[in-house]
Ligand binder design. Sequence first.
Ligand SMILES: NC(=O)c1ccc[n+]([C@@H]2O[C@H](COP(=O)([O-])OP(=O)(O)OC[C@H]3O[C@@H](n4cnc5c(N)ncnc54)[C@H](OP(=O)(O)O)[C@@H]3O)[C@@H](O)[C@H]2O)c1
Length: 165
Amino acid sequence: MNGIQDKVIAITGASSGIGEATAALLAQRGARLVLGARRADRLDAVATRIAQDGGGRAIFVATDVGDAGHAGRLIEQTLAAFGRLDVLINNAGIIKTADFLEISEADFDAVLGRIRERGLDHWADPARHRPGEINHNDGGRGVYFPDPDGHGLEVITRPYGGGAS
Ligand SMILES: NC(=O)c1ccc[n+]([C@@H]2O[C@H](COP(=O)([O-])OP(=O)(O)OC[C@H]3O[C@@H](n4cnc5c(N)ncnc54)[C@H](OP(=O)(O)O)[C@@H]3O)[C@@H](O)[C@H]2O)c1
């Protein structure tokens, strides 16, 4: 018996990497698992492997954590299957490698889309004199917005002084 035995644990991002490895380890220790990620086929394979390895019960729920409805469904299905949720591991995420602060035009569109969708304040300048705008400094695009703690974040597609290409 250990502290993990029979705990109901939901893990997002369980279809690969750290989430998948964490799920396998917790299953070996007797946890009951709910696996969340977007790729249902991968989750199915992870759940099957856990069952084959004798790791107990694992269900999966295809989930895009960027969609509030999906996230709610993950919790609802956990409660429907196991009657409770003891631990939620918010592991889902992506890593983008780029020069510090600099991102592609497509990533900029995605970030700006999220800012607008969530109704966040944003500015074209760090001093916040140009609300609701983006800048086109150095031939790129830039925007400033607050993180959940209120710290200012900057996203730019061209380096300072890089000029238009
Ligand atoms: N590896 C590192 O060195 C490192 C360092 C620091 C932080 N981290 C963080 O640790 C976490 C796991 O990293 P990893 O290296 O294991 O990455 P990974 O192998 O790329 O796995 C990422 C997982 O997140 C899922 N995911 C991505 N977007 C999702 C979304 N919108 N909704 C639901 N699931 C989503 C992916 O599954 P689907 O594609 O099937 O949705 C996948 O299962 C990430 O949050 C990452 O940022 C990793």
